[in-house]
Write a protein that binds this ligand. Sequence first.
Ligand code: BDR
Ligand code: CA
Length: 314
Amino acid sequence: MARKIIIDTDPGQDDAVAILLALASPELEVLGITAVAGNIPLKLTQTNTRKVCEVASRPDVKVYAGAVRPMVRPLVTAEHVHGDNGLNGIELPEPVMPLQEQHGVDYIIETLMKEESGTVTLCPLGPLTNIAMALTREPKIAERIKEIVLMGGGYFEGGNITPAAEFNIYVDPHAADVVFKSGVPIVVLPLDVTHKVLTTEKRIAAIRAINTHPAEVVASLLEFFERFDEEKYGTDGGPLHDPNVIAYLLKPELYSGRHCNVEIEIYSELTMGETVVDWWGVTDRTKNAYFINDVDADGFFSLLTERLARLPNY
Ligand code: BDR
Ligand code: CA
């Protein structure tokens, strides 16, 4: 039976690739997708989510708009990375499929209360606002969530938006704090993993060679997305973040890490949003997350390329 997931996202080119990977994979049943403010404001993330579903020829997917801003701090966006509409790199048509009327946070709660307990996995690819709001508004959902598999944080690699913090956690550290204290089993795909998953010229060429419209969209989005990080890190290709969440669900054997305690810095302006990882077990704090630090990057790209080739051409 397919694994039921809810994707929570702020597309973003790498979010888009994650959504396409999920929709191309029969092992996963995407119950719905909730958009959150992050890389760009909510109006654009919900629209972009629908554009991406249409690239996958899946206008039937239910897309919801969630939180318009973080719980406490003002919204910080990342147009400098993703471009002014979040999906710069290729012009996608305005979506025809509707946005659902229900609020994304209500949708998450309703779905978790309705589906059999322990069967729904949450896949956050952006700031954790929607997830934290749902956990706060209906705490009963915590014990019903199978797992939260998220992209965020960094330990060995430090941060990408500040020296200490990764973007998703930095934008809503208070939400991240709620999530990491929730008691729900958490798997973290941090920068320590995603910085090993580089969109090299050869890998993008392999995606483009699939020679379908969805593959062309992905290749063009990634070529735009990588330019900022190539310059920053001096690498061939930039890190591909969010699709690791989906790839982990499909092939966990590509990844390895450690169960440890992860706490979120919410007090210091200097290190706001830092993921404080007790990798070496120097405290007796509860191990609340499986923190991944290694990946078979070639295995990841073979999986991604093989799956993208399954999306219908149009
Ligand atoms: C994360 O921040 C966003 O810019 C990306 O979409 C990804 O989710 C990486 O730090
Ligand atoms: Ca994202």
